[in-house]
Structures are given as structure tokens and as C-alpha cells.
Write a protein that binds this ligand. Structure first.
Ligand SMILES: NC(=O)c1ccc[n+]([C@@H]2O[C@H](COP(=O)([O-])OP(=O)(O)OC[C@H]3O[C@@H](n4cnc5c(N)ncnc54)[C@H](OP(=O)(O)O)[C@@H]3O)[C@@H](O)[C@H]2O)c1
Length: 323
């Protein structure tokens, strides 16, 4: 991979959401490139610093994408912005606390774009999602589609990456599946289990971001997933095989989940919702041919990428830190 040479001119990369699961992988990857200075934009610099204690030469700057007035100062001097922000508790929205896809994912991206333009930032990389669609009835996919549209219309040079399900030692979903398989006699799967995805190792996504900073994929939208397409059930079976625990799969019909979502919406605390059901049962497959043609990336086979799950200590490493 030639990203070391290709990034020679870049000075500062500001990573919004750099303390999150995907953001941390991006920060670690970029911080290893000697010609780059990485700035993590975070609502809590001390907490973010603790989460990235293994990474040197990173600065932490207080910034909230919902506080537009302070964003321009936070991104001042940056050449590139990477937006990997998502609200706490996603995909379950909590409108009473302002935790919605529309406010944080779409509105936050719009605010970051404005700050980037005001600060003269050259390049904006947005971590979108495989199902992004500004006409989608689902607020998650609609917000990502609208954010993409705002970026494409902004006049900034952009790269939009649309990941399928992303996994790694610090993720929530796949580690959550492995944890459930270790402690429960059955494995509960939302919906039919036939929802499609291309699980993507987070390090491959981070490598792609480094290549984008180096010049690949300018003004392009790229779906990005792993090498292997599979259903949710296939993923669970692969995890079972890797960790050596066989459990019967119990599928909870979508209609039943929707009833649970409707009931939960009436209770305090934003525990579950019908939109979250739609998010969970949606297909998340993607076409990786344009990505591999443009970025020349050798994507990690799922069986290799998930091998860390065989070591329970490593596999549970991230459960305490990734929301
Ligand atoms: N994980 C996946 O499988 C996956 C798949 C496809 C797409 N994506 C997308 O990838 C992006 C990153 O996802 P992730 O899984 O890494 O999320 P995550 O672990 O929850 O991290 C999100 C980060 O956003 C920051 N944040 C939240 N609200 C903020 C605000 N108001 N202002 C500034 N920063 C804020 C938080 O940092 P602080 O607490 O430090 O402020 C947090 O560390 C999201 O857009 C997500 O939709 C994820």
C-alpha cells in the first residue's frame, strides 16, 4: 500500500468522532503516518484521550457537531476532515435528548461542512452507510442520504464511504453476538436472519480512509464491505464456529419486534423503537467492485478478520469502551 508516499503534503487531519469505534481505528491508522498530525474532535477530550491512550502524537479538541458556533475554531488549520460521528445509543433515537439521526448525523454533517468551508479545509471524508438514501422512510438511511447530498452540493472535495456492518476487537455488534453465544443456550436473531451484509474489518475501512487522504476516490461515493457477502444467520454461524459454541438460532419475527418497538416508544428511556427494528432487519449488502478498482485494497476475508474472537479476552476488550 502506498499511502505513506501519497499523503506527504497533508498537514492536519481532524477526525470528528475519532474517539468512537470506527474513529479510533482511523486515528490509529493515520497517526502511524509520520507526515500527518491528527486532531480528534470530541465532546470530552479527557475521555477521548483515555480511549486512545495507545496512540501518540494526537491532539484532542473540544467540539460538538451540534454547537456550530465553536466548530470553525476546532477545525482551523486542518487540511482534511473525517466525519465518523454518531449519536450515543444509536440506532435507537431519543428525541427528548436531541439524539436523532436527523439532528446529529445530518445536521452535524451540515455544520461540519460549513465549518470546513469557513476554515478553508481541502477535503471532507464522510463515513456514511451502505443503505444511505435521502428518500428512505427510515430516519437512519434518510439522514445519511441527506448528509451525502449536502456534502456533494457543498463545493468541497469529498470522499463518501458507505460501510456495511463494521467489526473489529472493539465493536459492539459482533462482540455482542459472541458474548451472547458464550452465556445463553440459544441465539436470538432479529427477523428472518436472511438480511444480507458484507462484514468489514474496521482496519480495512481505516486503510481506505488513509488512501482517500492520499488522493484515491476524490469526489466519489463508494460502498465498502468485506470480501464475503453473507446473511445475518451466516455471520452468527461463522462466529459460532470460531468460538466453538453451537447454539440453536431463534428468529424473532419482524412483526413481533415491531409490536415491541411500538410498546417501547410509549415508555420512558428510549429502550427500543420501530425504526430501530427497520434498521436491524434491513439488508446491508454492497457492491465492492468500484471500491476495489479505485482503491486497490485487498479486503480481509471474514474468517481471518474475525479470528480474534477465538480469544475471549481480546474479543471482550472493546465492550466497555464502544457505545
Ligand atoms: N459501526 C458500524 O458497523 C457502522 C456501519 C456503517 C456505518 N457506520 C457509521 O460510521 C460512523 C461511526 O460509527 P461508530 O460505530 O464508530 O460510532 P460510535 O462508536 O458510537 O462513535 C461515534 C462517536 O461520535 C462522537 N459524537 C457523538 N455525538 C457527537 C456530537 N454531538 N458532537 C461530536 N461528536 C459526537 C462520539 O465521540 P465523543 O463522545 O468523544 O464526543 C463517539 O465516539 C457513524 O456515522 C455510523 O453510522 C457504522
Amino acid at each position: 500500500m502506498s499511502d505513506l508516499n501519497e499523503v506527504r503534503n497533508v498537514r492536519i487531519v481532524a477526525v470528528a468522532g475519532g474517539s468512537g469505534f470506527i474513529g479510533r481505528a482511523i486515528v490509529r491508522r493515520l497517526a502511524a503516518i509520520p507526515t500527518m498530525k491528527i486532531r480528534v474532535l470530541t465532546r470530552d477530550p479527557e475521555k477521548a484521550r483515555a480511549r486512545l491512550a495507545d496512540t501518540d502524537a494526537v491532539e484532542f479538541v473540544a467540539a460538538d457537531v451540534n454547537d456550530a458556533a465553536r466548530l470553525a475554531a476546532a477545525v482551523a488549520g486542518a487540511d482534511t476532515i473525517v466525519n465518523a460521528v454518531q449519536f450515543d445509543g444509536y440506532p435507537i433515537e431519543n428525541p427528548a435528548r436531541g439524539l436523532t439521526f436527523n439532528r446529529v448525523d445530518y445536521g452535524g454533517t451540515v455544520a461540519l461542512i460549513a465549518a470546513a468551508k469557513a476554515a478553508g479545509v481541502n477535503h471532507f471524508i464522510y463515513i456514511s452507510g451502505a443503505a444511505a438514501d435521502e428518500r428512505s422512510p427510515n430516519p437512519a438511511f434518510r439522514a445519511k442520504g441527506r448528509a451525502e447530498r449536502a456534502l456533494r452540493d457543498s463545493g468541497l472535495t469529498y470522499t463518501i464511504l458507505r460501510p456495511s456492518l463494521v467489526y473489529g476487537p472493539e465493536d459492539r455488534v459482533v462482540n455482542g453476538i459472541a458474548k451472547a453465544l458464550r452465556i445463553t443456550p440459544i441465539m436470538v436473531v432479529p427477523g428472518s436472519g436472511r438480511q444480507l451484509m458484507r462484514p468489514l474489518l474496521v482496519d480495512d475501512l481505516a486503510a481506505c480512509v488513509a488512501l482517500a487522504i492520499g488522493g484515491r476516490g476524490r469526489n466519489g461515493i463508494f460502498e465498502i464491505g468485506g470480501r464475503d457477502a453473507m446473511s445475518f444467520d451466516d455471520l452468527v454461524r461463522l462466529v459460532m464456529e470460531i468460538i466453538g459454541r453451537r447454539r440453536p438460532l431463534v428468529h424473532v419475527p419482524e412483526a413481533l419486534l415491531l409490536i415491541a418497538g411500538a410498546v417501547a416508544e410509549k415508555l420512558p428511556g428510549a429502550l427500543f423503537s420501530r425504526d430501530a427494528v427497520a434498521f436491524l432487519v434491513a439488508d446491508n449488502d454492497c457492491d465492492i467492485k468500484p471500491l476495489t478498482a479505485e482503491f486497490g485494497l485487498a479486503l480481509t476475508p471474514a474468517r481471518d478478520g474475525l479470528a480474534y474472537l477465538a480469544q475471549p479476552v481480546l474479543a471482550s476488550r472493546g465492550l466497555g469502551v464502544s457505545r
